[in-house]
Design a protein around this ligand. Structure first.
Ligand SMILES: [Zn+2]
Length: 267
């Protein structure tokens, strides 16, 4: 369905508080089953309660589920929240989902702390995209990051001329792609560093798993859109596929989402 710019704008919010209230209001109006997973320890930037809010439209035992999650990287939630609220207002889409027997499961603010405080990471400086690993197995090692950390997080900010020269020398020696890969790959050794994956499953990780166990256990088909921002062309929804990199799974992803699926390591 085509939506005009002004019609779309009303779905956006200026704060997490506004986004959450708008989401809950629209979910209730749509007749969704709503459940809130309130953060047990932390509050938001305005002192408010923060939560992962779930809205289910359709049968609780549906075999096919379309899951849309927002706010994995805190402030990227402003876009994801608006997309979820727009979906709740899209009678045409909701009608087609019902007809196809697909339940719609919306999870608002996977990382509500980051959403409210405008941090990509969560309350423990964890980048949630790097937190879904097996913590019972040896954790991925990122030796290049250890070497780089003093250069990307120098002792004083802004960086001194010497810091900048050292960083430029590293990039000159190893190349920009290697530098980027070393920083963004994720690391499990420096809790205060960049792209930290954590030392255990985070609250958001455990909450998302609890939500899936409760709402998606009987599903045989689960399509999951996790809305992020900051990559791709302006105003264009780039479909980044982050599943298994096998020919069969890639073919299935293209069948479901269209030929313009972009497969890469998740950013
Ligand atoms: Zn993101």
């Amino acid at each position: 369905m085509q939506t005009s710019r002004s019609a779309a704008t009303r779905h956006f919010s200026g704060t997490y508080v506004e986004a959450r209230a708008k989401f809950l209001e629209n979910a209730a109006r749509s007749g969704a089953t709503v459940e809130s997973f309130v953060h047990p320890q932390h509050r938001g930037a305005l002192g408010e309660e923060i939560a992962c809010d779930v809205a289910l439209i359709g049968a609780s035992d549906a075999k096919k589920i379309l899951l849309v999650t927002s706010g994995t990287h805190g402030p990227e939630g402003f876009c994801g929240s608006a997309a979820q609220i727009a979906t709740l207002n899209d009678a045409d889409l909701l009608g087609r989902l019902a007809q196809a027997g697909v339940a719609l499961l919306l999870v608002h603010a996977v990382n509500p702390h980051g959403f409210s405080h405008l941090h990509r990471t969560n309350e423990d400086n964890i980048d949630l995209n790097r937190n879904h690993v097996d913590f019972n197995a040896p954790l991925p090692v990122n030796a290049a990051y250890t070497e780089l950390e003093p250069l990307v997080l120098p002792a004083t900010w802004p960086p001194t001329a010497a810091d900048e020269a050292a960083l430029a020398a590293y990039i000159g020696l190893h190349g920009m792609p290697a530098f980027r890969a070393a920083v963004t790959k994720g690391q499990y050794t420096s809790p205060g560093g960049l792209f930290f994956g954590g030392a255990a499953p985070s609250w958001s990780n455990r909450t998302i798993r609890a939500i899936l166990r409760k709402y998606a256990a009987s599903a045989t088909h689960l399509g999951w859109i996790d809305v992020h921002t900051g990559l791709g062309s302006y105003g264009h929804g780039e479909k980044i596929y982050a599943g298994r990199n096998t020919p069969q799974d890639l073919a299935l992803a293209c069948e479901w989402w269209g030929a313009d699926v972009f497969a890469t390591v998740c950013q």
